[in-house]
Design a protein around this ligand. Structure first.
Ligand code: ADP
Ligand code: ZN
Ligand code: ZN
Length: 693
């Protein structure tokens, strides 16, 4: 037999698959098997994408694989990788790498450990009549209560003595490494009585799940206001899927910061739930992956890469907070987990259920919409007030200061959102106007007070804060704009003393786990202000937050992207969603230089439908998604001329019908590389992809 293998190289020029000869010693090899193969003078991992009787190559020119790895991809994921390679103008090898690395299959074999189990004799011994030391009694009791356990947990010496007396058995066993669990607070393990709206939404999904023949659309959009109980609908749909003997994937953004979302699924559904995300150790990921591959786990809850969960018989894919940017992968292939989920759902005839309070215009126009219009507790959404910052120089509006003073008096909780980390957005010389730029990236350096340095947020370049201007030697330097550090400082000032706790959360608070701890401390605190970048507005279910503040709504609004308005609308709405969940009710203050901006005005009215209708009209007029496909091609080179001429040459090559090519347009230099960009707007997606690829 011949195995056609895609070696998992990153080199774009390599276009497999390549043939290898299989011998009897390789055992069962099929599509999806992972092999270690000789390739270009080295050993590399490769995935079998096809089997054949014979090869075009002479038998003596065929190499044999060196070994077969225990992990193997299910064939449908091999097919999915093939589709991704085309859809995202990548290579099959790169796509397979990404699919496989969801489980990090090259981390080795499952861990073995010495496991102790109680014998009949041990059981009797506990009942009495046998002399036991306190340690031995404790160990036996533990085994009685918890079942087989690691010997190291009981104390190795104690375990061995008990074994010698025939009271326990000791055995080397595979012990799956399980992701750590988080406390869930008071989340109920059993389903509450669903509201009328929840019940109706769930029924529509169940009808599609149970339909024998495939109706026209099995893609749903659960458009539910914040706090309307979308998760209960997901849970109900997953439980029904399991009951029909099928499996389910639940995609959630940013697990490390919202562990509660995962825990709700684990608490309700138990051991059939596997968890996949980048916060896990490699061994934990691998073992979770194996549990799914073996069919022990039938539900995968995880971030973006969980869309590649090796589950058979998929019946349902849920995408929670479907508007979140983190579903898009920045590496190659630049896949969008939402589109991959759609494709995978088609492959399996599965139902797709995407949910959000602020869905994307694309989802509204392409999916069957289910609405949850009311918050669970019947409480109103918080009032949103727009504060005009024109003519003001302080980062806090007078109204904001009053609100903070009230909050302090009432010992309440607030969340303040700033879109920039650091202290000031940029520095300029007051005499000559010189602006401090990154030497690699042509973007302004951001002043950070912690460590007092200037930092580039693109490439990580750092330098010390200047004493004088390098252009004119003046010592008067102006600082512009307010980042999280500055706002933290202003809040401490405004609240009178540091005794009222301020919690800062941004990518500068070193590790993910440190950020998670900050969120927990804010959750537990009776009063205080959580200040940070967008991550403070994400899906948290905090109790008792009565005030939300958006400090600079213009930051996102001015971003040069056709999604800028959608993002701004989502940001304000999601922050409002974290606010007023308790009895105290709540209000949200939006500080802005453009109080009349559409996105802000609609958010202030809680009018998602109005915003979306308006947004769709605008998108159609400008030929943006969902009315066209956008493909961005970035050419990077050391010299600006080279980048531009490559882009121009490319432009000449692209001419599918009904296509507009914009550019070449210069982008700011990034990591010492000049860049030039083309944007292709096309009505026919596949024609555009073919033209580019
Ligand atoms: P969303 O995701 O729509 O913002 P959640 O799913 O987080 O809302 O639900 C908000 C809160 O309401 C949660 O604490 C949840 O446990 C609770 N909840 C959801 N459905 C019900 C219900 N039918 N009865 C009582 N409480 C519910
Ligand atoms: Zn100067
Ligand atoms: Zn830089």
């Amino acid at each position: 037999m011949i195995a056609r293998v895609q070696p998992l190289t990153r080199t774009r020029a390599v276009r497999g698959p390549f043939d290898y000869r299989l011998g009897a010693e390789h055992g069962e090899v099929g599509i999806g098997s992972v092999l270690r193969v000789p390739f270009g003078g080295r050993a590399t991992l490769g995935v079998v994408v096809a089997l054949a009787e014979r090869s075009e190559l002479a038998p003596d020119r065929l190499a044999e694989p060196q070994s077969v790895l225990p992990a193997e991809l299910p064939p449908d994921l091999v097919a999915l990788a093939g589709w991704m390679a085309g859809e995202y103008c990548s290579t099959p090898a790169r796509a397979l790498r990404v699919v496989l690395s969801a489980g990090a299959a090259d981390v080795g074999r499952p861990r073995r450990a010495l496991v102790a189990e109680l014998t009949e004799g041990g059981r009797d011994a506990l009942a009495g009549g046998v002399r036991l030391t306190a340690k031995q009694r404790a160990a036996l009791t533990h085994l009685l209560l918890h079942g087989a356990s690691g010997a190291s947990q009981l104390g190795l010496d104690t375990a061995r003595r008990l074994q010698a007396r025939g009271l326990v058995t000791l055995e080397q066993r595979i012990r799956p490494r399980r992701p750590p669990r988080h406390a869930v607070g008071s989340a109920p393990a059993s389903a509450p009585q669903l509201t009328e709206e929840q019940r109706r939404a769930l029924e529509s999904v169940l009808a599609a799940l149970c339909a024998e023949e495939q109706p026209a659309s099995r893609d749903f959009l659960l458009h539910g206001v914040t706090g309307s109980g979308k998760t209960e609908v997901y849970l109900g749909a997953v439980a029904a899927t399991l009951a029909r003997g099928r499996s389910a994937i639940v995609l959630v953004p940013e697990i490390a910061l919202t562990p509660q979302s995962v825990e709700r699924f684990r608490a309700r559904l138990g051991e059939v739930v596997a968890v996949l995300h980048s916060g896990l150790r490699a061994g934990e990921r691998y073992d979770e992956w194996l549990r799914m591959r073996a069919g022990e786990a039938r539900v995968c809850v995880g971030a973006r890469s969980a869309v590649f969960a090796p589950l058979s018989d998929l019946g349902l894919i849920v995408i929670d907070e479907e508007h979140e940017g983190s579903y898009k992968h920045e590496g190659d292939p630049r896949y969008d987990a939402r589109s991959v989920a759609e494709h995978r759902a088609r492959q399996h005839g599965a139902v797709l259920l995407a949910g959000s309070a602020t869905p994307r215009a694309e989802s509204v126009s392409s999916k069957r919409r289910l609405a949850l219009t009311k918050r669970i507790d019947g409480r109103a959404l918080p009032a949103v007030e727009v504060l005009d910052m024109r003519g003001l120089h302080h980062p806090l509006h007078p109204e904001t200061r009053v609100a903070l003073a009230d909050l302090r008096r009432a010992e309440g909780k607030a969340i303040a959102l700033v879109n920039r980390r650091g202290w000031s957005n940029f520095l300029s010389c007051k005499s000559c106007g010189h602006v401090w730029l990154c030497p690699n990236c042509e973007v302004a350096l951001v002043l950070h007070r912690t460590g007092s340095l200037l930092a580039c947020h693109h490439c990580g370049h750092r330098e010390t804060v200047p004493g004088r201007c390098p252009a004119c030697a003046s010592i008067s330097v102006a600082r512009h704009g307010a980042g999280t550090e500055r706002v933290e400082h202003e809040l401490i000032e405004a609240l009178g003393s540091p005794a009222f706790p301020i919690f800062r959360l941004d990518a500068d608070s070193t590790s993910l786990s440190e950020r998670a701890r900050t969120l927990q401390r804010f959750q537990a605190a009776p009063g205080g202000v959580l200040v940070g970048t967008q991550m403070v507005a994400k899906g948290h279910d905090f109790q008792g937050v009565s005030l939300g503040i958006v400090l600079d709504a213009d930051q996102t609004l001015r971003f040069p992207d056709f999604r800028a308005e959608e993002r701004t609308f989502a940001l304000v709405t999601q922050l409002a969603g974290r606010t007023g969940r308790g009895r105290a009710g709540g209000r949200v203050l939006v500080q802005t230089l453009s109080p009349a901006a559409r996105a802000i005005a609609f958010a202030a009215q809680h009018d998602a439908d109005g915003f979306l209708a308006d947004e769709l009209v605008r998108r159609e007029a400008l030929r943006y998604p969902p009315y066209a496909t956008l493909i961005r091609v970035v050419c990077a080179a050391r010299e600006a001329d080279a980048a531009r001429s490559v882009a121009s040459a490319l432009r000449g090559l692209i001419s599918p019908p009904d296509t507009i090519v914009l550019g070449p347009a210069p982008l700011f230099r990034l990591r010492a590389r000049a860049r030039s960009q083309l944007v292709i707007k096309a009505s026919d997606r596949s024609a555009a992809i073919r033209a580019v690829g």
